[in-house]
Ligand binder design. Structure first.
Ligand code: 9MR
Length: 484
């Protein structure tokens, strides 16, 4: 069967209007949310998130600021997913609509939702041919490099320490593997990619830096081009950490070479991630198409789990009602794991099964997250910054730990003391226990290694009773740290 070409959506095309939700279905979803233990937003036993994290990977979703008003959608997002990508809120036209005029409000709202649900965050995207403001499309070539650097420094700088990763460059290639003719390539040639990565590294040294594209999931001319670029960047020492495979699939057409393709990228020392998964079909859905979709989702999840270096999967949008697909591919849709009323579809149950859960028992005891065994302490030295951001009764705190020792730390446990009255209610980029007093944050599957001179950031939210000061007395794998 010929693989259908993925068409780049028109930037101005409006999203499909959200369908009216069946009141009873909404009530059922909201009722399920009341089962959440107080103060543990996000941690639902047997969820995609919990099962994925038990396997050392994340399972994420994408939402936009308009979605924040949809109770059924946000309930599913907060309960089932542990990673969050803003669909449009960190794109250039939103963030810098006029030269040097920045608006981080929409992106900040997505970050706040993620932090409130103890989710990790993917930044999307710094440099992309689409959703550029007119002034950027019309800029003389001689000014493009400075504008690109300024945009990256301001945007990655604003979110510094808060994001797991950035899609630094999105969709650089045409289908035949040549570079797209966009303002960046026209002004700087292919060197714009390295320039953007180096600039992002300087702005947020702790974020994983990614290139991201669609139709590169299987072995083909476009993925060959991405592979050659990634290999060349790595050999030049350009700070590239990962490649994102968007995975906008058509039912029955998941490429059989997905695993082999991901593995050639991880062999370069890169991490890989499925970043925008959906699996569309001709509407209306029927049981045969939904069964094939379930097999497709299961195979993608299974493949990621089987590839060492595949750090996680993100589904693009939460449910079929908020999906971008029908607005771009008229007559097609139903690409997510949740139907128009945010009820789980066969693809959800198949994904749960693939993650080792039991679809017939929605609340199995989760497998304990494997605890990394810290290596010996000789040669370990560390410096820590801890920056709380408080309001009357709560705070979020970003912590960055730098390995100032002589060798890599593999698997870290950072212990610290919370001021009296502070109680942790959630964390991102680390597992933190207990909730008060002397606590320990442990690395997750994807961020356990800190190279000499390197650093890792994580964070938590906490309630407080008046003392909103930073944590103190940090020690890394048992060795006391200095303040950075
Ligand atoms: O989900 C996004 C949708 O709301 C926008 O209308 C569209 C405009 O281009 O972008 C969608 O997200 C895209 C992502 O940023 C990059 N890969 C393809 C995604 C789906 O079009």
């Amino acid at each position: 069967m010929p693989v259908r070409t993925f068409r780049t959506p028109h930037p101005r095309r409006s999203r499909r209007a959200l369908g009216a939700l069946a009141a009873s279905a909404t009530a059922a979803v909201v009722a399920a949310a009341t089962l959440l233990p107080a103060g543990q937003a996000g941690a639902v036993a047997g969820s995609l998130r919990t099962l994925a994290e038990a396997k050392g990977v994340y399972f994420g979703t994408a939402i936009g600021q308009g979605d924040l008003n949809n109770a059924a959608l946000t309930t599913v997002a907060g309960a089932q997913f542990g990673m969050l990508t803003p669909t449009n809120e960190m794109k250039w036209e939103t963030v810098e609509p006029s030269p040097g005029g920045f608006d981080f409000g929409p992106g900040d709202r997505i970050v706040a939702f993620g932090q409130a649900h103890a989710m990790k965050l993917r930044g999307h995207t710094l440099v992309w041919h689409s959703q550029l403001p007119a002034w950027m499309n019309n800029l003389p070539g001689s000014q493009v490099q400075a504008a690109m650097r300024n945009h990256i420094i301001a945007t990655a700088g604003h979110y510094k320490g808060k994001l797991y990763s950035w899609d630094v460059v999105n969709e650089p290639f045409n289908e035949n593997g040549t570079f797209r003719d966009d303002p960046f390539h026209r002004a700087m040639g292919s060197g714009y990619v390295a320039d953007a990565l180096r600039t992002a590294k300087a702005a947020d040294p702790g974020a994983k830096l990614y290139l991201n594209d669609y139709n590169i999931e299987g072995l083909n001319a476009k993925s060959d081009a991405m592979y050659d670029l990634a290999k060349s960047l790595r050999s030049q020492g350009v700070p590239l950490d990962g490649v994102g495979f968007q995975a906008h699939f058509v039912v029955g057409q998941v490429p059989s070479s997905l695993k082999a393709n991901l593995e050639r990228f991880t062999a370069l020392g890169l991490e890989v991630a499925i970043t925008e998964l959906d699996d569309r079909m001709q509407l209306p859905p029927d049981s045969g198409k939904l069964a094939q979709q379930a097999r497709d989702y299961a195979s993608v999840v299974t493949t990621c789990l089987a590839v060492r270096g595949c750090v996680g999967l993100t589904q693009w949008d939460v449910g079929d009602a908020d999906s971008w697909i029908p607005g771009t591919f008229p007559g097609e849709g139903a690409g997510t794991m949740y139907d128009n009323a945010y009820q789980p579809k066969p693809a959800y149950h198949a994904s749960v099964d693939a993650l080792g859960g039991s679809a017939s028992n929605p609340s199995p005891s989760p497998t304990p997250t494997p605890t990394p065994t810290p290596n010996p302490t000789d040669g370990v030295a560390c410096a820590v910054t801890a920056e709380p951001n408080a309001w009357n009764t709560g705070l979020t705190e970003n912590v960055t730990v730098t390995n100032s020792g002589s060798r890599a730390v593999n698997g870290w446990a950072l212990s610290f003391t919370l001021p009296a009255g502070q109680t942790i209610t959630g964390a991102w980029n680390a597992a933190v226990v207990p909730a008060a007093g002397r606590v320990t944050a442990r690395s997750l599957g994807y961020n356990g290694t800190i190279a000499p001179g390197g650093s890792v950031s994580f964070g938590f939210q906490a309630s407080h009773t008046g003392n909103a000061g930073p944590a103190g007395q940090f020690s890394l794998n048992g060795v006391a740290c200095s303040a950075a």
